[in-house]
Design a binder for this molecule. Structure first.
Ligand code: PRX
Length: 659
């Protein structure tokens, strides 16, 4: 590799590694040879992965990339995605296997076998067809984590309609923008949802959203909270239909039709750097191939043996790829939980793991850090010995959180897989293989077999080991987005223009190689700070802070600084048992960061706060913290999960000012 100045300085080093046990490695689905097999003939490798599925018509060509950046995978192939996720398991004799152990927040439960799932999805498909929904139509779904959400998604897939799932916590304005952008014909929702022990209205918000929405012909309403909800469910005669009245009486027979491999499967809206959300489009054959493949190799899933639990919400891509499509294609038995992790108590997840003998658990760093904050004594009260693989997704996981996860939840022996991917990539791209990789806490490490990723500098040249820069995907992959709904220009501009000469997809993330060439994610590039000419990742400073025994969570932003360009401002939440030691404690933390990373990364200011502002998907809203750090009026807080957090922070800022 040539000498060059890295685009991002590589400051934090981590030397601990955790190889898989011989026992785990011996039984693992993916062995080390998989990398070489994939490298030898990528298209052949993906063809073999596609063979995991049942195709009505086999493809004639694996990949057509002649019209880049619009890929076609498994060209000419035809399949039905819902048939692959449901019917074929019944046909192979597994109709009695539980597909979904559903747990409602108030404690009600439902076990749904594959045979029952087939009936429910077929009935829902017949119901949609009866309403005039045809292939290519768009059905918006705003539902909480209830089985009907999954039935509805699969029913759409079964008839070739696209679903556009809108997270249950999104405001009427956000729902309306998505309904309008896609011109959704049907909206599926519920009367209300249980949240933190209370019934909250849902349909009322949907009605508010849909006032005057011309594309919407019918609204289907699942009865969930019923009489627990105050007042009547608002109703528009002629437009609104109860799910149970519409669906329950339908025939459970439904003949799935085979659709083209490139037939659109769904749209999912994601926010970008500008205001308007982008409708990310995914299609059928490639998406299902890669979600099923990755679910098999990354989680080492064994159908009929494992009990899997992905804690994401179906409103996000993780719920689409790793609750609905990949796992069900692999004949999973999985837990789906409706509620929040601390309702009615902070041990709820561990209680569920113990009861259902969950063996694979996939969650987000933000939740892991919350569990850390609540204390290790809570999981210690439960039997978690069924767990054998732990996964993380959504943001960089700090090494200390990784270690806590492995030690406290994984009995110091389960592999932890840190999976990097995006709404746009559709499926996991960079991750350890649990039976192969010597895991490094905090690193997603290496592109999966069949996937190619690089860290490059400003000019698109790959940086050397030890160097930092921009993460790019330099070869097309089966589950890649096929576009931004209705906006080809935005698709090209957002993802393909930065390194257009090389034809690379730019993911928007900073990353670095360590000395072994393993990849470390450094957060979005707009979260990168520039301090005295050094580009420092917010993630690295956060990791250093969280590695201090008193810190539960940390968020770091760069604030304008007259001498250094930007100064580092940190917001920290102390652990439950840590007393706020005032100025001295803050000094200690600053010195700790200086020790961990170097004096250049010493925060200019550390503020001890009771909470951090987060979006509903758990991402820290650094924009708002930057406003605080720069003493500005606080900007738009409408996408915050809890809008009172900023007030808490502003009033709690007495402590922590620099000397
Ligand atoms: O910045 C990366 C971060 O989340 C972004 C994608 O967000 P979203 O489309 O909402 O999908 C989240 C679930 C796949 C990425 O650009 N991200 C996701 N996983 C990781 C991560 N950052 C670091 N490490 C990860 N494992």
């Amino acid at each position: 590799m040539t000498e060059q100045s890295p685009a991002l300085d590589n400051l934090l080093t981590e030397s601990r590694t955790f190889p898989p046990s011989a026992e785990f490695a011996g039984q693992a689905n993916a062995k080390a040879e998989l990398y070489a097999t994939a490298d030898a003939d990528r298209e052949q490798f993906w063809a073999e992965q596609a063979e995991r599925l049942s195709w009505d018509t086999k493809w004639s060509q694996v990949l057509d990339w002649t019209n880049a950046p619009f890929a076609k995978w498994f060209v000419g192939g035809k399949l039905n995605v819902a048939y692959n996720c449901v019917d074929r398991h019944v046909e192979s004799g597994h109709g009695d296997q539980v597909a979904i152990h559903w747990i409602g927040e108030p404690g009600d439960t439902r076990d749904i076998t594959y045979a029952q799932l087939k009936d429910e999805v077929s009935k829902a498909a017949n119901a949609l067809t009866a309403l005039g929904v045809v292939a290519g139509d768009i059905v918006a779904i705003q539902l909480q984590m209830i089985p009907e959400a999954i039935f509805a998604m699969l029913a759409c897939a079964r008839i070739g309609a696209l679903h556009s799932v809108v997270f249950g916590g999104f405001s009427p304005t956000a729902l309306r923008a998505r309904v309008d952008d896609a011109a959704a014909k049907i909206v599926i929702t519920s009367d209300g949802q249980y949240r933190r022990g209370k019934a909250a209205p849902m349909k009322a918000n949907v009605d508010e959203a849909l006032q005057g929405a011309e594309s919407v012909q019918k609204v289907i309403v699942v009865k969930r909270t019923g009489s627990d909800l105050d007042g009547e469910t608002p109703w528009t005669d002629g437009r609104d239909l109860w799910w149970h009245e519409l669906v329950d009486g339908q025939s459970a027979e439904h003949q799935p039709e085979a659709f083209d491999s490139e037939h659109p499967l769904f749209i999912l809206y994601t926010s970008g750097t500008t205001g308007k959300p982008k409708g990310i489009l995914h299609t059928s054959g490639g998406f299902l191939t890669q979600t099923a493949y990755t679910h098999n190799v990354v989680f080492d899933h064994k159908p009929g043996e494992d009990v899997y639990w992905c804690t994401a919400d179906i409103g996000w891509i993780t719920g689409h790829s790793y609750i609905v499509y990949g796992p069900l294609a692999n004949r999973v038995t999985q837990v789906v939980y409706e509620g929040t992790p601390n309702t009615p108590h902070e041990g709820r997840h561990w209680e569920i793991i113990q009861k259902y003998q969950v063996s694979i658990y996939y969650t987000a760093p933000t939740l892991i850090r919350t569990f850390m904050k609540w204390g290790a004594d809570i999981p210690a009260r439960y039997d978690l010995t069924s767990l054998r693989v732990l996964g993380s997704v959504g943001e960089p996981i700090n090494p200390e959180a990784w270690i806590w996860y492995r030690e406290t939840i994984g009995a110091n022996k389960t592999p932890v897989v840190d999976t990097w991917w995006q709404t746009e990539t559709g499926a996991i791209m960079i991750s350890p293989l649990p039976g192969v990789t010597s895991a490094k806490p905090g690193s997603a490490q290496r592109a999966l077999p069949g996937i190619s990723a690089k860290v490059v500098d400003d000019t698109g040249t790959e940086v050397g080991h030890g160097g930092g820069g921009y993460l790019v995907l330099d070869k097309p992959w089966p589950s890649m987005l096929r576009g931004v709904w209705g906006d080809e220009e935005r698709f090209r501009e957002t993802y393909w223009s930065r390194f257009a000469d090389q034809g690379y997809y730019f993911a928007g993330d900073g990353a670095k190689y360590d000395d072994d060439g393993d990849i470390w994610l450094l957060g979005r590039v707009d979260d990168v700070m520039n301090v005295s000419g050094h580009r420092i990742s917010t993630t690295e400073v956060e990791s250093a802070l969280v590695s201090h025994p008193t810190v539960a969570e940390a968020a770091v932003v760069g604030a304008t600084d007259p001498t250094t360009g930007q100064g580092i401002v940190a917001f920290v939440i102390l652990r439950g048992d840590a007393v706020d030691g005032g100025d001295q404690a803050v000094q200690d933390l600053r010195n700790h960061v200086a020790k961990e990373i170097g004096p250049i990364a010493k925060p200019r200011q550390i503020m001890v706060v009771p909470e951090l502002p987060k979006t509903r998907s758990g991402k820290i809203m650094r924009r708002l913290l930057r406003d605080v750090a720069e003493n500005r009026a606080i900007g738009d807080v409408t996408t915050l999960a809890d809008s009172s957090v900023m007030a808490l922070i502003s009033t709690g800022l007495q402590s922590g000012k620099e000397e």
